[in-house]
Design a protein around this ligand. Structure first.
Ligand SMILES: [Zn+2]
Ligand SMILES: [Zn+2]
Length: 374
């Protein structure tokens, strides 16, 4: 059964892109941006829906990869849904997905009081092994060791959660340093549900942990993320993978090759966001002239190929004929600006700060676009 499910998930990953799916962000030719939500609950812990609903929701949202991460220590529906097999949620979702364009990988949430808090282990092989002979959950050190023995990718969940940190500030306790130093912890949520933590981002950068953003959804996804009412989608982690196999996706997660789309923000380390902006912001010359006059004003088209807005702050010396330095390009659209270059040039550099691309606390990505003029 286990091998069959593994086969199903691998086959699914290989067929993802042959189906009609939404492109969130354009990627380079040899890289795939795998859209994922790696923190999801169902009735098999404290969620309100059956695992198959999670599959349908994810497919509708053009998600490529999910993991149902049921709490090991907490099953609030146990009296109504008694079950001893902690792999059941994964088996139901993995069996239901069949040959549709979604991969389901096996995961679980190790759920301890703070410190250390909650941790997701994904790509696990058997959730039942996180219990001792008396069916008691393993203590934290044993559980994180078990996860690593199963070659799981382990990340720290919601380190900013106000129920655990009353000031909302993510910070490391000695136990966190211990598991980081032993390389038992590989990632950290910088986005969880409706929270974004700059402090968690700094912890990720300082300790080379992979940045993750998840929905941590418990009820219907549309009730938590009501796009019509609030225009917010679920947080999505994009995994920058060389190909569409589980192995490559897993390697990319361990390498820190991710970025997160949260509300209107794009969050990730410098190297990763640079690749995203290089492939999603195109700047092209439309030649000199303004209306029907031959003048030294350059018409430039700014094209946003992504689903997120691009919020620019121009930081060079030119001034524009219509606009101030703040320029917003809506998702999957373009905007024309008129650059006063004073004389006719054949090459112009425009340097921008991208206000909604976050590469470190209080730090935005910068980019220089070189425009060739025919
Ligand atoms: Zn949790
Ligand atoms: Zn959770």
């Amino acid at each position: 059964m286990k091998n069959l499910i593994l086969l199903i998930t691998i086959l699914c990953v290989n067929t993802i892109f042959t189906q009609n799916k939404k492109t969130f962000f354009e990627s380079p030719e040899n890289i795939y941006y795998i859209s994922s939500d790696l923190h999801i609950h169902s009735v098999f812990s404290d969620g309100a829906v059956w695992p198959t609903i999670r599959v349908d929701e994810a497919i509708r949202d053009s998600i490529d990869l999910i993991s149902l991460t049921e709490h090991l220590e907490y099953q609030s529906h146990l009296s109504d849904i008694p079950h001893n097999n902690r792999n059941r949620s994964f088996q139901i979702a993995g069996g239901y997905v069949q040959n549709r364009p979604l991969a389901v990988v096996h995961g679980t949430e190790i759920t301890k009081p703070m410190p250390p808090g909650h941790f997701n282990a994904i790509f696990i092989k058997d959730a039942n092994k996180f219990f001792d002979n008396n069916k008691e959950p393993l203590d934290f050190r044993k559980a994180i060791n078990e996860a690593n023995e199963q070659e799981a990718f382990v990340f720290w969940n919601h380190p900013m959660w106000e129920a655990n940190r009353s000031d909302g500030i993510a910070k490391l306790d000695p136990i966190h340093r211990e598991v980081i130093n032993k390389k038992l912890l590989h990632g950290i949520e910088v986005v969880n549900f409706d929270t974004f933590s700059e402090e968690a981002m700094q912890i990720a950068l300082d300790n080379k942990l992979t940045m993750i953003g998840t929905s941590d959804v418990h009820i219907l996804i549309d009730w938590d993320f009501n796009i019509e009412k609030e225009s917010y989608h679920r947080p999505i982690t994009f995994i920058m993978s060389e190909n569409k196999t589980i192995k490559s996706i897993r390697d990319a997660l361990f390498n820190g090759d991710t970025f997160i789309w949260y509300r209107d923000l794009v969050i990730g380390k410098h190297k990763n966001l640079k690749q995203v902006i290089d492939n999603n912001l195109k700047v092209v010359s439309k030649g000199y002239g303004y209306r029907d006059r031959k003048v030294e004003i350059l018409q430039v088209e700014l094209i946003n190929k992504s689903v997120a807005p691009i919020s620019l702050n121009y930081i060079g010396d030119y001034t524009f004929h219509n606009d101030y330095k703040f320029i917003e390009i809506q998702p999957k659209s373009s905007k024309t600006i008129y650059v006063k270059t004073k004389k006719v040039e054949n090459k112009v550099n425009l340097e921008f700060e991208i206000l909604n691309y976050v590469i470190a606390p209080k730090t935005n990505l910068k980019t220089i676009k070189t425009i060739s003029i025919e």
